[in-house]
Design a protein around this ligand. Sequence first.
Ligand code: UT7
Length: 334
Amino acid sequence: MKTSSGFYRSRIAGSGSYLPEKVLTNKDLEKLVDTNDEWIRERTGIAQRHIAAEGEYTSDLGLKASQIALEQAGMQASEIEAILFATVSPDQVMPNTACEMQRKIGAPKCMALDISAACSGFVYGMSIADQFIKTGQYNNVLVVGAEVLHPYVDYTARDTCILFGDAAGAVVLKRAEDEEDSEIYSSHLAADGEISDLFVLPAGGSKLPFSQKVLDERAQFVMMKGREIFKHAVRTMSQACDLALKTNDMQPEDVSWIIPHQANVRIIEAVAKHFGVSMDKVVVEIEDMGNTSAATVPVALDKAIKDGRIQRGQNIILTAFGAGITSGSLIMRY
Ligand code: UT7
């Protein structure tokens, strides 16, 4: 059904998530760097992260989450017309991870594209998918956020190694039928390349190809200015939520759930405070998985759907920020 503005509506038909079996606890990290469980919990809210097994790649994590999402949607992979795969930890530089997963899942007729927007990647992907569905170009899009970050983490650097983990989440976004009361109201994407130096993975691109120098300088690992990112995270996610409400003439009380990027529980609390809502309206899944970049939002979304917190008919906001600095929000009736 088209809306009064002449566009089709998109709805989440199914969701899925996958966390690798192996777990790295705060106690495990105490043996690697000068840190402790209490500091990590208090300063980040994280207790453990999941680590992909040897030979388990980003496309494999995405595949597992996507298969669950398709099952919930009651669809076959062959019905998918587009795969949008948000990741900063692709299986390899080329071909893209979306194509790797396309082969594994068996979706021969679709287009397949990676989205590189770091932790905002899934929100970017949902917005792009929604545009395709709204205009009628596609009926079914698989949007995936998946990361195997552990190879990019320096387990001698205590400011970063405590944060990151591996995970995948996926949704099937589908054109809504007449009787279905779900809709993506709007999405708002932003970027600020002026502060791109706050969070970087310097090596592996054309600017700094792999060499002995890269290894000597440990430039193959993520590096960040944590305190600076913290401030920008709170500001950009708060602004993105404000814009979502203003665009739709809504108030915070019209929203049942906020699903923010899970980077640090203190960032999440600050966004909730800005929004004027209590933490019981915020989906927080960081304790069990840490920061899994593009996967945090779809994993949190899926967990809250599966355990019944999120119900059909409720309004929810997704919001994220990440390296770039990218940010965004998406508001929908689930
Ligand atoms: O997806 C986006 C990616 N990144 C982020 O979102 C990160 C955002 N930033 C953060 O989450 C926080 O800034 C961190 C968790 C990274 C750090 O927390 P903080 O409260 O900002 O700590 P800080 O950097 O201000 O450091 C405070 C102290 C320092 O010691 P001194 O200088 O006061 O003696 C650090 O050396 O804590 C020390 N410290 C640690 N201590 C124990 C830093 N990391 C650790 C650690 N264990 N793992």
